[in-house]
Design a binder for this molecule. Structure first.
Ligand code: SF4
Ligand code: FES
Length: 360
């Protein structure tokens, strides 16, 4: 078999510790404890190995990566390795001095999450207090440090009515990009699915709003739009295809093809404490299990889109069919598609249950 092409990006999950408790968190059900986190030198070695492997971008994420005191050291090291650096943060507890330090360390870009434009809702959807005010302040700090900014708006039945206001907020915050991403139901988010599931009418209206805003704001704000799988007819190419473009290193050093891969029960993940990133990328059984198209069942195997969407999402297939090797039910050709759509419609039509929050 020919060796795989190099990955494009590394998601460096520095910690699972987080000040927020968002009910749509996509992190695994079992979080890495602080004592198991990789040390600074271990992360430096991972970054060296990533650059050697051909990775171009590193996304520092969590949990909340600002909790790591060595974040600036790691950003600077990544820059020295020639990696483009992006910080994915809640912005909670960011200070002006820290924003300046991040910029001085060479950070290329920051992504800030936004739960809602309504202060009470922002606290409800983050499981925290004073969330909107702190995020407003964090956006100002990042822009004052001259960092390019993307706003991440995770959308669901509770905040879709505020989508227009989210777009205005992105402009007011000085963001150059807005990600309007409907909740993906992995990890903790799956537990809260019924509380988060929008109706088809909400989705259709959101699509109209985004289409109009893209035309109106062309040249001022780029809007990325991630549609929810449950109302789709074809799946997304999750992670650009399993083990094709991305790899994740979790806080304890496990190397994963996607952030939710640990939900797949019969899979062993190699760790950077035992093997190099390059060796894992090329030879790990977990990466090779669903790489390419050879593993696919019908109808994917004989489908002309098999190298477009790569059969969709393995973690979603597992969650909804019990088999990570099944066709993603988001595909209308899957035998489970009608059931998935009915689940969405039934959950969206019922009164929303209370959120189940997770505390670290
Ligand atoms: Fe994609 Fe498989 Fe559906 Fe074809 S059958 S569109 S490859 S998920
Ligand atoms: Fe794991 Fe899609 S989230 S493959």
């Amino acid at each position: 078999m020919r060796p795989p092409d190099p990955p494009f990006a590394l998601l460096a999950e520095l910690t699972h510790r987080c000040p927020l408790a968002c009910p749509y968190c996509s992190n695994p059900l079992t979080l890495a404890r602080a004592a198991s986190e990789l040390e600074t030198d271990e992360w430096r070695r991972v970054l060296d190995e990533a650059a050697k492997l051909g990775v171009l971008q590193v996304h520092f994420s969590g949990g909340e990566p600002l909790i790591r005191k060595d974040l600036e050291l790691l950003i600077a090291h990544a820059g020295q390795c020639g990696l483009y650096t992006n910080l994915i943060t809640s912005g909670m507890a960011l200070s002006p001095a820290r924003a300046t330090a991040l910029a001085q360390a060479g950070l290329d870009h920051a992504q800030l999450s936004l739960q809602d434009t309504d202060a009470l809702n922002a606290d409800l959807f983050s499981g925290s207090k004073n969330t909107l005010a702190q995020k407003t302040a964090a956006a100002a700090m990042l822009r004052a440090a001259d960092l390019p900014l993307t706003l991440n708006a995770v959308m669901h039945r509770g905040n879709l009515a505020h989508l227009e206001a989210m777009i205005e907020t992105a402009l007011a915050f000085g963001a150059g990009r807005l990600e309007v991403a409907h909740v993906q139901y992995y990890g903790w988010a799956l537990r809260n699915r019924a509380a988060l599931m929008p109706t088809r009418a909400q989705i259709d209206l959101a699509t109209q709003i985004v289409t109009a805003a893209r035309a109106r704001l062309s040249g001022r704000l780029v809007i990325d739009y991630v549609v929810p799988d449950y109302y789709a007819t074809r799946p997304k190419a999750c992670m650009g295809g399993w083990a094709q473009r991305f790899l994740n290193v979790d806080p304890a050093g496990n190397v994963l093809p996607c952030h939710a891969a640990q939900s797949i029960p019969d899979m062993h993940f190699d760790t950077v404490r035992e093997k190099s990133l390059g060796e894992i990328w090329r030879n790990s059984a977990a990466f090779n299990r669903f790489r390419g198209a050879g593993w696919m069942p019908e109808p994917c195997q004989s489908c002309e889109r098999r190298e477009v969407d790569w059969g969709g999402c393995r973690c979603q297939a597992l969650a909804l069919t019990g088999d990570a090797g099944a066709t993603d039910p988001a595909c209308a050709l899957s035998p489970h598609h009608a059931e998935m759509l009915a689940t969405a419609q039934n959950e969206a039509a019922a009164p929303a249950p209370d959120f189940i929050y997770r505390r670290y």
